[in-house]
Design a protein. Structure first.
Length: 528
């Protein structure tokens, strides 16, 4: 049956290639139509923890710093900054022509207000940890101090001073993330009404059709508007890979954010110039519910299910060359040597034998099998991965797995309800290029710690690394913390991501980026 479905899919794809109209930028005028694999959960910069929201927010807002198409940090709202001798105080000088979309000045106080909002525990922002390095943030997040004690202040409308708990050479890149974006007012940040929307980036919200699309229009008040070349951007929500391909070939999309695996052979042979594939810093993994049985207090069982997965076979099914993950921090992370499980090099026979031994010692057998509930968001690749892994667990250990698939925005809520799942399919994409961004999510108090992992030894290592200025000592501490976490098996890494897009020949400016960011500002539509 799977082979029949594959043949039908490839036939459909071939037909789409054959009957599609010629690429013609004139037919789309001044609108860039981008496929988006899910609907943003919010466009509040302080609340957006999902990639779809982040994608749109980077068009709507700009932080003190920005990124070039290749990922280098460049000036944003701040045209320059200085660092004191201790490395813990940054002074940012804001542009005199940085303005909100309503024409009002972007002030240093707008950043103070926005950042206090992120760390305020009453708002429970999922991005609070991204600002933990600012002096006073940890105490505020824990509820011990008021948000007004955050170590950031505006000495004037165009001077912002940021005090850190410890040196953080990655701060300028962190400030490109939505956690550090300014906000004009709480009302504008929480409303999706285009009539009242105020933002400070290259674009402003012009329409939001729930379940369908978000439409953006060039912000005429943006300080760098002369370098914004596309007047309108439409993000169209298409969760199914094949549907995105169909719309792309029908001329309804100019670029996709995904490519169906079953189309790659045909695409590579016939339209390779339109395929853009590149590695980036992100990890796909399964989070294990440690709050109760079967995984709570049962590390042998956690290791057994991790070892029962044949990652070579899994990534082969994905078709894009994703690297297998036997650790959590991806290769290519700045100043870091990724760690991995010691059994990574075992033969399949030895790996399976050890998984079976651990499964039996954990108290399970063919006569008393483990029953699991696996929760994941609606997506063809994620669904197929779940089916493949559930089959591996069944064949190797006899585990029975119930698969629960939910629409993305529903899943974002369900993942926080641990009564609904034993395993949840999760992914972490770097907010900035540093190993701490991956490892901090496993701290006991992290709002992103979905598994509920708690190990004081791990917390001590990451906290010590955060206080260490020497880059070599800090790297070793972070490597030790990852090794500690992996030995506890709170999560099961599966593979590291690669970005995959189809881009029309007339869309110029898409480049490889370690954080997989393609801002519409950097793109052009060029007629041949």
């Amino acid at each position: 049956m799977p082979q029949i479905r594959l043949i039908v899919a490839l036939t459909l794809i071939s037909g789409l290639w054959a009957c599609s109209h010629q690429d013609n930028p004139a037919s789309i005028g001044e609108v860039l139509r981008r496929g988006l694999g899910g609907e943003p959960s919010t466009l509040d910069p302080a609340a957006a923890s999902d990639n779809y929201s982040q994608e749109v927010l980077r068009d709507l807002y700009e932080g003190l710093t920005a990124e070039s198409p290749k990922g280098e940090v460049i000036p944003g709202v701040a045209y320059s900054w200085t660092i004191d001798a201790s490395g813990t105080q940054y002074t940012f000088r804001l542009r005199a022509d940085a303005r909100w979309s309503n024409g009002k000045l972007v002030r240093a106080q707008d950043f103070v207000t926005a950042w206090r909002r992120v760390v305020d525990p009453n708002r429970a922002s999922p991005l609070a940890d991204d600002l933990r390095l600012i002096a006073g943030a940890a105490s505020i997040i824990s509820g011990a101090s008021p948000a007004t004690e955050l170590g950031v202040y505006a000495s004037s409308d165009n001077i912002l001073v940021v005090n850190l708990e410890q040196p953080a050479p990655y701060l300028p890149q962190l400030l490109t993330h939505s956690a550090a974006f300014p906000i004009y007012s709480d009302a504008s940040a929480s409303s999706h009404n285009p009539l009242t929307w105020v933002s400070n980036g290259a674009y402003v919200l012009s329409a939001w059709s729930p379940g369908s699309s978000v439409e953006l229009t060039q912000n005429v008040s943006y300080w760098d508007r002369t370098n914004v070349h596309i007047p309108h951007v439409h993000y169209q929500f298409v969760s199914d890979d094949n549907s995105q391909l169909a719309q792309y070939r029908a001329g309804q999309l100019d670029m996709t954010d995904t490519v169906p695996a079953n189309a790659m052979s045909a695409l590579r042979s016939e339209h390779s110039a339109e395929i853009v594939i590149a590695p980036f810093l992100a990890t796909a993994y399964y989070g294990l519910n440690l709050s109760k049985p079967p995984f709570g207090a049962n590390p042998k069982l956690r290791q057994a299910i991790a070892m029962a997965i044949d990652r070579r076979r899994l990534v082969h099914s994905l078709a894009f060359g994703q690297p297998e993950a036997y650790g959590f921090v991806p290769p290519g992370t700045w100043n870091y040597s990724p760690q991995s499980w010691q059994w990574k090099g075992l033969s399949d026979t030895a790996r399976i034998a050890e998984a079976k031994r651990l499964y039996a010692e954990a108290g399970y057998s063919a006569g008393a099998p483990l029953h699991l509930r696996l929760l994941f968001n609606a997506n063809p690749v994620i669904r197929n991965t779940a089916i493949i892994i559930a089959a591996m667990w069944k064949d190797t250990l006899g585990i029975d797995t119930i698969l629960t698939e939910e629409e993305y925005r529903v899943f974002l809520q369900s993942r926080h309800d641990k009564s609904r799942w034993d395993i949840a399919r999760l992914g972490w994409t770097a907010d900035f290029n540093d190993a701490s961004n991956f490892l901090d999510i496993f701290r006991g108090r992290s709002t992103n710690n979905d598994a509920g992992y708690a190990n004081p030894a791990f917390d001590a290592l990451v906290n010590q690394a955060a206080r260490t200025a020497d880059p070599n000592r800090r790297r070793h501490m972070l490597e030790n913390s990852e090794e500690t976490m992996l030995s506890d098996y709170p999560v099961v890494p599966l593979y590291f991501f690669v970005s995959k897009r189809l881009v029309k020949s007339y869309v110029h400016g898409v480049q490889s980026n370690p954080l997989n960011r393609v801002n519409s500002k950097s793109l052009r539509i060029v007629a041949h």
